[in-house]
Design a protein around this ligand. Structure first.
Ligand code: HEM
Length: 485
């Protein structure tokens, strides 16, 4: 029996539902993108649905993105929407567990660890980590692997080494990776929906945090004993930073910021790198284009074999084909398809008659506009060359630090916002581009890839907070030996 919905006509239209309380949860959960497109067609860019007792107002297209990302913080906050989900993962005192003004200060500190100087230092570390991984695990000339699993390991190794430093990286497989995994298992829709339930994972995460605290405390104390020795990584940057009031962040908060960065970048970058490689596996002409472009930049052909030519920060910045590959992958396979805020004071939606009441959640889903035919011809197709035209550059928001990577998608009125916009905009975009490009460069120098003929291109799996390719993500690598060239 369809529920009669008693809503105020000044609110956005309400999606009809049949099961009280549960509302549209199942239809939304199975395929959020299909769900949003269906009701966008019916109700327009703003509509509300019921999900497990919560009223969720979807805000899409350019106007919806702009509203969610730029709404006044006094009326709508991210911390009220996310903290129950992120606190067990990131720990206390950081990101959404502090007032927004403090998060802004923490983002400023983090930015100081993402400087051009540090990016220069990170490139050889990333190449070395990827080489070590493939030398250990991809030992045959040809084999079928679970690509998502391999890439996820490369992401955690490279991010741990560059951001958290060599001390933590060297202990990654002495228990630290398992502790991360314990924290990560709290990052699921269940933990958002059942925030009031004393789930066992919360106790496990408290224990994991206590262990990580003592590991970080020791590394920090050891570094303080040798103040002359400079490390170029996020840990050193955070140890050197201060809040506006002159206080440094505590060791525990430094540790939790590092955990938050690692977690924020793990599945997002792993999914993006995996989708990029799967699409490249289907498009060998684009792989050749990238190799030719890089080869002519370096003045030597990328012939295969196990030696990966050194590259500079400037080189990576100029890898235009790989840049297009990542940008296009993020356009159609953004790993974050629902970004949330909670309304704490009623808020009017600009240029409409709608007022969204306190207690509602609002959801932005930039992938809806980035895959809309209105903005992109043949919008569902993966066509990296569509970014060749320089119009995209004009969208760059000059207010963010531009290291030369991925700064195109920052205007809040752009249809393509895989990194969000406004005060909560991603701080890791430049790092993600550097990391993903360097991983792709290393792998494409040494291997060719083919989709598994039986599995083909995987579907998307919407069951986790970060949308991943549905596993197992089977893919074949073929070693490029010099004699075959
Ligand atoms: C926030 C996407 C990689 C750190 C965000 C947001 C998006 C996003 C859409 C906005 C969330 C919102 O408005 O609710 C991505 C994608 C990535 C990526 C697609 C990779 C391809 C990274 C990396 C790091 C990172 C590598 C860390 C080095 C953060 C942090 C925030 C954030 C700390 C929270 C900012 C805030 O709420 O103020 N990311 N991200 N991200 N990202 Fe990323």
């Amino acid at each position: 029996i369809e529920q009669k919905i008693n809503y105020n006509p000044s609110e956005p239209p309400f999606v009809r539902y049949y099961v009280p309380f549960i509302g549209s949860m199942i239809e939304f959960g199975v395929h959020p993108i299909k769900f949003i497109r269906k009701y966008q067609k019916k109700h327009g860019n703003f509509f509300t649905f019921l999900m497990f007792g919560r009223r969720m107002t979807v805000c899409v297209d350019i106007d919806g993105n702009d509203f969610v990302f730029n709404v006044k913080h006094s009326n709508v906050t991210a911390e009220d929407a996310y903290n129950s989900l992120t606190k067990p993962v990131f720990g206390e005192g950081v990101v959404y567990d502090v007032p927004n003004s403090m998060l802004m200060e923490q983002k400023r500190m983090i930015k100081s660890g993402l400087s051009i100087e540090s990016f220069r230092a990170y490139i050889p570390i990333i190449i070395d980590e990827v080489n070590q991984y493939v030398d250990k695990h991809w030992t045959k000339d040809q084999d079928t692997i679970d690509l998502l699993q391999s890439i996820s390991e490369m992401i955690i190794m490279t991010a741990s080494h560059t951001l958290l430093g060599p001390e933590i990286r060297s202990k990654l497989y002495e228990g630290i990776a398992d502790l991360y995994h314990t924290l990560d298992s709290c990052f699921t829709p269940i933990h958002f929906l059942f925030e009031w339930l004393p789930l066992p994972s919360y106790y496990a995460s408290e224990k994991a945090h206590a262990e990580l605290d003592s590991i970080f405390a020791k590394v920090i104390a050891d570094r303080r004993k040798e103040p002359g020795e400079k490390h170029i990584d996020m840990l050193d940057a955070l140890m050197a930073s201060k809040y506006k009031n002159g206080e440094p962040p505590s060791d525990k908060h430094i540790g939790n910021m590092l955990i938050a960065l690692l977690m924020a970048g793990q599945h997002t970058s792993a999914a993006t790198t995996t989708w990029a490689l799967l699409n490249l596996a289907e498009n060998p002409a684009i792989v050749n284009e990238a190799r030719t472009e890089i080869g002519s930049m370096l003045g030597r052909e990328l012939k295969g074999g196990s030696s990966v030519p050194e590259i500079s920060y400037e080189n990576v910045k100029d890898f235009k084909t790989l840049d297009n590959v990542i940008r296009e992958t993020l356009r159609i396979r953004s790993p974050l398809v629902q970004l949330m805020r909670k309304v704490v004071k009623p808020v009017a939606v600009p240029n409409t008659s709608y007022v969204i009441p306190a207690g509602y959640y609002i959801i932005a889903s930039p992938i809806i506009s980035s895959t809309d035919e209105k903005y992109y011809k043949n919008a569902e197709a993966w066509v990296p060359s569509r970014w060749n035209n320089s119009d995209a550059d004009e969208q760059a928001d000059k207010s963010t630090t531009d290291y030369g990577f991925g700064a195109m998608s920052t205007s809040a009125r752009s249809p393509n916002l895989p990194f969000g916009a406004g005060r909560h905009r991603c701080i890791g975009e430049q790092f993600a581009y550097l990391q993903i490009k360097t991983i792709l460069y290393t792998l494409l120098t040494r291997f060719d890839f083919e989709l598994d003929p039986k599995r083909g291109m995987p579907e998307r799996n919407y069951q986790s907070m970060v949308v991943l390719p549905e596993g197992p993500v089977l893919c074949q690598y073929n070693r490029r030996t010099i004699k075959n060239q």
